[in-house]
Design a protein around this ligand. Sequence first.
Ligand code: FHN
Length: 604
Amino acid sequence: MKNPSTRRVTCFLCVMALLAASAWSQSTTPDPQREQRIQWWRQARFGMFIHWGLYAVPAGEWKGKPIPGIGEWIMNRARIPVAEYEQLARQFNPVKFNAEEWVRLAKDAGMKYIVITSKHHDGFAMYGSKASSYNIVDATPFKRDPMKELAAACRKAGIRLCFYYSHAQDWHERDGAGNDWDFPPDPQKNFAKYFEEKAKPQVRELLANYGPLGLIWFDTPRLITKEQAVEITALVHKLQPSCLVSGRVGHNAGDYDSAGDNQISVGLVRRDWETPVTMNDTWGFKKDDHNWKSVPVLIRQLVRITSRGGNYLLNVGPTAEGEIPQPSVERLREIGQWLRVNGESIYGASPNPFTYNLEWGFITTREGKLYLHLLDWPQKQLTVYGIRNKIRNAYLLADRGRKHLAFKQEGDPAIDFYSTSIQLPVAPPDKYDSIIALEIRGGPNVLPALAQQPSGTISLEAHLADVHKATSGSVIAFDPRGVVTGWVDARDWLSWDFRIFRPGTYDLIALTTLRRMPRAAGPEWQGGHRMLVEVAGKQLRSTMSEDGRFVDPSNPLMTYVTSKLGQVTIDKAGAFQLALKAESMEGQGKLGLALAAVRLVPAK
Ligand code: FHN
């Protein structure tokens, strides 16, 4: 019996909460024009982000001192006065810039669009602007307009050109948001003046002078009012009806949702969304940032995001001379090679039909096809539970001969058990992600319930839980990663319904995560909560402690902490419920219990 304040939150509602809790924003009103303008973007799935500006000159160092944080924020982090920062323009002469080379690199990497900073928060326009002489043509020895050159190269190569434009933060201007070291604090600014005199005129220029644009990527809305966000979106659509507006324009005015930087949702998001990702830690070039993500990580991110219905916008930060750093080039070339073989599983692909993540990799789909992305190659055979479609053929995407793979489908529809086993060669055909293509008739048809996997494990992901709020004031919800946030009231609880096919004894393990802002004050992880699990008629009590840690390779920002919750024997197959309750909660009002999943793992 659920108490009166209990609220069943379906997966869809969880996703909505997830969206509401984050910077993700998108109008819910169906709009046929939006549907039209977003078609290319849904096909594209993979784009290149380019952060390029004056900040590439200091490259992370000011007056001989390394400045912590992301490179394009150096003016802010080092509190550099406008008059001093402006001087960088005189040194900015990217003689090695070659638009065609950049575009070729993006194209060879399999990227379908380029989003480049036409003006970042430092206020410097990287194009010839009449609205402000603080721009690359008028203020640097370079004198060329790289955006014109990029527009021509993109047109030739069939890549969509898109502009990043910082519409609220502008540290060069008295009334732009953000600069409180030269100018008064934001609340004392006449933001409307900045908006009318610089932001809108520059957005007009971008839309008028560079041919058809794929989208304008607005960012950090800050002082923007709802009216201003709506107005600038309407301005874009009026001047170029097929140009999209990113979700970060603010106030739900954009055409699609933008996840947080480097944030990858663990669950399906039912609306159009995109994640911007850094290849190292910075966006703008920083000479000391060598923390490059590996090719397997980048490919996993692309696949993971596609399998969750999103687009992957992968960043490069060119140098002040105009070169894309070699480590980025090398990685992009390898991703391109992989996509040349496996692109049909990405471009225009639909998400994983299962609500949960699979143990061995990811699934993407399209009409008539299921693509099983095997990140960990199994020994000779892959077994997948829950596929109800009749499979007509199976082969490896990397096998040019499309040699048929033997497979067997069996099961017991009475208990909703469907098992597909596919025979595989001993070695994977691809070192990163080998894909089995399954031909089916029509769209995917899978068991919707949370169910046991062939390894015997049942993974109860947090974002798929029913949320039971103790009071209407409970703030328990999900963050943009699908992790529980605001579980600070011990009376809130979660439950999951799931299917077991193989009775047995299971270890119960909670997966929680470190806090999202590692540099913020306070502990990075909070344990000590006293937990109660109710499952299969049994009650298990435990105190959360850290038993282990691991990082998700496709989502490096996700570090999981594992905690044992006990052991349970389930002696028959069937449908069960697991309730997770807290008898006491440590650190109340601060961190809460950042739950990502509860796993039932067959006991050894
Ligand atoms: O402040 C910016 C940051 O410099 C960078 O441009 C990223 C890219 O998504 N956006 C903002 C922070 O979210």
